[in-house]
Design a protein around this ligand. Structure first.
Ligand code: IVH
Length: 673
């Protein structure tokens, strides 16, 4: 009862805080003077400190002001700002190196050099210099488009405004991290929950004079677009940055071998609390730019870099309940509802239990006392059960054999690659028939990487679903906007904004469209491959009619798993209904024929046997960069069969019979010259 009263008092303050914020940042008309606002913020933080069960998403601890994005102009990054894949242990690093060596297919194990750079936990920024002059500064935004925060960045002393060095490139987008030192953060007296929030909050102030009050720092570490940069490696580039007047991380190091990386990692982790800025891991980058270029990127992270995260904080808590969440592809994810605990400054009340197998293996039960771990931005998880505290009457957790949302049977697929049953149990419904899956599918449909309808977040999808406004993706384009204005929490302006963002996405690339459908096993990369091959939505819809889904096997990178998944997607009437309706409300752009200027234009290639100093993926990307395409069967449509070491005889014979040109690796590469 007492708890409830405290909670009510807290929520009242949160609501007021949200209102003030909205007026200040979004509507640009403050309701109260700064000191009243600050006082309220402090009261909320104090309450949370005293009663750790209080944790609201809009708390000043979790939110940095109100989304001020509308205040800044959006600018497209010429070269996207990627993120990094994470590694947590030695095995992850071994796999990372293995993948690189496989891709390059060269014996570089002993010679590969890494630039190891402590990963500062701040806010990344891109600084565009033309003829030595700082022209524009952008935030990362969604990686493709950032906010123009030039004026705020100009207040940072570490950022040179004019560089006169004669070896400075004609144009370059220098990227690095904006952050606040811990010692400076302490002086800010509770204004922000942590140094990262302080950096982010002050960088995004609408008034640069406010930014200037906070002693922000900038450390440079990479670049985006450049014209005239003459460095051959990361450490050479870092040296040049120093010469041009930028600060670089004093703890950067060039290291060979994984053992070397691990030693450096342990050394730095030990002195972590003595460093005057927050670091949450170490970034490893292949030092040689030539190798970086060959390796390229996957979806939205480079193949040539990884972030080795520091081990997480742990805490002990008790499982109050185990809930089952149903994901977009039907996966049943058990989530432990735990007694709220503070882990490294964040209040945690949920922990993922991953899947059925994990629960069985660790024999996790309701009521158990458990160790919870939270690492960076990864969802907290249960490490182990402390059996000493287990109640005698506790019972094994029964994983549901029918879907808690729609009642369909739940199944575990057999994985043909691992020859084992999957660890994950799934709802066997194809999608929209299961309420929970349908909601998740719509969330995916509007999400950043898919349709990217700005302002249409997960909460709004849930809210509109509960109000029965949407059931299927195309309902989004039939919303009655006048009606929306009368809904709780909505008004003329916010509805107008939503309508604008929805209309903006009525034209979409075929590739994004395929991804947005949320077909299992069809992520960004596969959607790209399929769209390149099929070229139009019409052809995709026709697949089921013409019974030629199996032809997709000709796409290099698409296998049986993906084909089976597309088959069951297209077999389902509701999915076909969604496709046809979306075809009516959206304009899905056909894929323009590939750039035609490449030397392999209109030519098809196939490889057999092992290539020298090059992996298949690299060979494939060379073909594609030169406008050619890869097929995986010898047919009349094949133009060239490239043979490496120990080719498959059957393929060579078939090519001979069909009079397909056969080349060895070096004659093929000569074609490029
Ligand atoms: S390189 C494509 N180097 O980590 C490579 N990033 O998850 C990405 N970060 O958004 C950038 N220190 O904010 C790079 N030495 C470093 C870094 C670093 C911190 C941050 C950066 C980026 C995030 C990637």
């Amino acid at each position: 009862m007492i708890d409830e009263k405290i909670n009510q008092k807290y929520i009242k303050k949160i609501k007021l805080f949200n209102k003030y914020n909205k007026h200040y940042y979004d509507l640009n008309e403050p309701l109260v003077k700064d000191h009243i606002f600050d006082k309220l913020k402090q009261q909320i933080l104090d309450l949370e400190k005293k009663y750790t069960f209080l944790n609201h998403p809009v708390s000043p601890k979790n939110s940095v002001g109100f989304k001020p994005s509308k205040l800044f102009n959006k600018v497209k990054h010429k070269v996207p700002m990627l993120s990094l894949s994470n590694a947590f242990d030695r095995q992850d690093l071994v796999n990372f190196e293995k993948k690189i060596l496989n891709f390059l297919n060269e014996d570089l194990k002993e010679t590969i050099e890494y630039s190891a750079e402590p990963k500062i936990d701040g806010i990344s920024a891109s600084l565009i210099f033309k003829k030595g002059k700082f022209i524009t500064g952008l935030s990362r935004g969604d990686g493709k488009e950032g906010e123009d925060i030039t004026e705020n960045l100009k207040t940072i002393k570490d950022i040179p405004i004019q560089i006169d060095s004669n070896n400075f490139p004609e144009e370059i987008d220098i990227r690095g991290e904006v952050f606040i030192q811990n010692s400076d953060f302490k002086k800010l007296a509770n204004k922000f929950a942590n140094p990262r929030n302080a950096a982010s909050g002050s960088l995004r102030q609408k008034d640069p004079r406010e930014t200037k009050k906070i002693p922000l720092k900038f450390i440079a570490y990479t670049f985006g677009f450049e014209k005239g940069l003459k460095t051959k490696s990361q450490n050479e580039y870092l040296e040049k940055l120093k010469e041009w007047g930028f600060k670089i991380n004093p703890l950067n190091k060039i290291i060979k071998t994984i053992d070397g990386l691990l030693k450096n990692y342990n050394d730095i982790e030990k002195k972590r609390d003595k460093i005057d800025f927050d670091i949450d891991g170490i970034v490893y980058k292949i030092n040689d730019f030539k190798l970086q270029k060959r390796l390229g990127n996957v979806a939205n992270a480079p193949r040539w870099a990884i972030a080795h995260k520091f081990s997480a904080n742990t805490a002990i808590s008790q499982i109050e309940n185990i809930e089952i969440q149903i994901g977009r592809t039907g996966a049943l994810t058990p989530v432990a509802k735990i007694k709220s605990v503070n882990i490294g400054g964040v209040v945690v009340s949920n922990a993922t239990l991953h899947n059925e197998e994990e629960i069985n293996r660790k024999d996790i039960r309701i009521g158990d006392t458990v160790i919870i771990e939270r690492a960076g931005d990864v969802i907290p998880h249960v490490i182990s059960v402390d059996l000493k505290f287990r109640n005698k009457n506790s019972k094994k957790f029964n994983f549901p054999k029918i879907c808690p949302s729609c009642g369909s049977k739940t199944v575990k697929d057999f994985n043909f690659t691992t020859k084992k049953e999957d660890a994950v149990r799934r709802c066997s419904s194809e999608g929209y028939e299961c309420e929970k899956m349908a909601i998740e599918k719509i969330k995916h449909f509007v999400s950043k990487e898919a349709l990217n309808i700005e302002g249409f977040g997960k909460k709004i999808v849930e809210n509109f679903w509960n109000l029965k406004l949407i059931r299927l993706p195309h309902d989004i384009f039939k919303l009655d906007f006048l009606k929306l204005e009368n809904l709780d929490g909505w008004g003329k302006q916010s509805v107008a904004n939503l309508k604008y963002s929805i209309n903006l996405r009525k034209t979409i690339s075929f590739e994004k469209f395929i991804y947005a459908l949320g077909i299992r096993h069809i992520g960004l990369e596969n959607a790209k491959l399929i769209s390149k091959n099929l070229r139009s939505l019409k052809n995709f819809i026709a697949l089921s009619r013409n019974n030629n889904i199996d032809d997709l096997i000709n796409i290099d990178g698409i296998g049986e798993t993906q084909i089976n998944s597309i088959k069951s997607f297209l077999k389902n009437n509701e999915n076909l209904n969604v496709l046809n309706n979306l075809d009516k409300v959206l304009k899905v752009r056909d894929v323009e024929s590939q750039k035609k200027n490449g030397i392999f234009n209109n030519k098809t290639f196939m490889f057999t046997g092992k290539l020298l100093n090059m992996s298949r993926s690299e060979a494939k990307s060379i073909i594609e960069q030169n406008s050619g395409s890869i097929v995986s069967n010898v047919t009349k449509k094949l133009d060239f069969l490239i043979i490496g070491d120990k080719p498959t005889n059957r393929k060579v014979e078939a090519a001979k019979n069909l009079k397909v040109k056969i080349l060895n690796q070096s004659s093929w590469l000569k074609m490029l010259k």
